[in-house]
Design a protein around this ligand. Structure first.
Ligand SMILES: [Zn+2]
Ligand SMILES: [Zn+2]
Length: 152
């Protein structure tokens, strides 16, 4: 994660103006590990900057992602999620609640690239899919009450 000073320097290096809105949106994203949607960032930013619009938040996130200052994560091809951490890492995705958890594992960063002379690979991201602990324990509660009902 970049510090605010590093973010400002990185923006300048990429020719992006550092506006108050951009900085606020970046700071909001950078302080969470939840890989939020544009909408949830918007709700948070709005408390500090009530006149901001969802379109502005969305546009800003897209601009920052285009310049590799943040990452866009798209679990299971639905709603885009954003990540303030652009260091190489991978994700665990819960298929139930869509929670995204970071995975840092050097081995996963050193996979052998497939060879294709018609394709230049820039990188990759691994998405492990499964069920988080929280959802798994809810399932257990559900299935145990179901079996209680069957007994009665
Ligand atoms: Zn879950
Ligand atoms: Zn992440």
């Amino acid at each position: 994660m970049l510090t605010v000073e590093q973010f400002i320097d990185a923006c300048r290096a990429k020719g992006l103006n550092v506006t108050y809105q951009r900085l606020l949106i970046y700071k909001t994203l950078a302080r969470t590990k939840s890989h939020p949607t544009a909408e949830s960032i918007y709700h948070e930013v709005k408390t500090e900057y009530p006149s901001i619009s969802l379109a502005t938040v969305y546009k800003t996130l897209e601009t920052l992602a285009e310049h590799n200052l943040i990452q866009k994560v798209t679990p299971l091809h639905d709603l885009a999620r954003y990540d303030g951490d652009t260091n190489p890492h991978h994700h665990l995705v819960c298929l139930e609640c869509r929670k995204i958890v970071d995975v840092y594992d050097e081995h996963l960063n050193q996979l052998k690239m497939p060879e294709d002379k018609n394709f230049r690979i820039h990188g990759y991201r691994i998405q492990f899919e499964g069920i988080c602990d929280e959802c798994a324990s809810k399932e257990r509660v559900k299935s145990s009450t179901e079996s209680v009902q069957q007994i009665q």
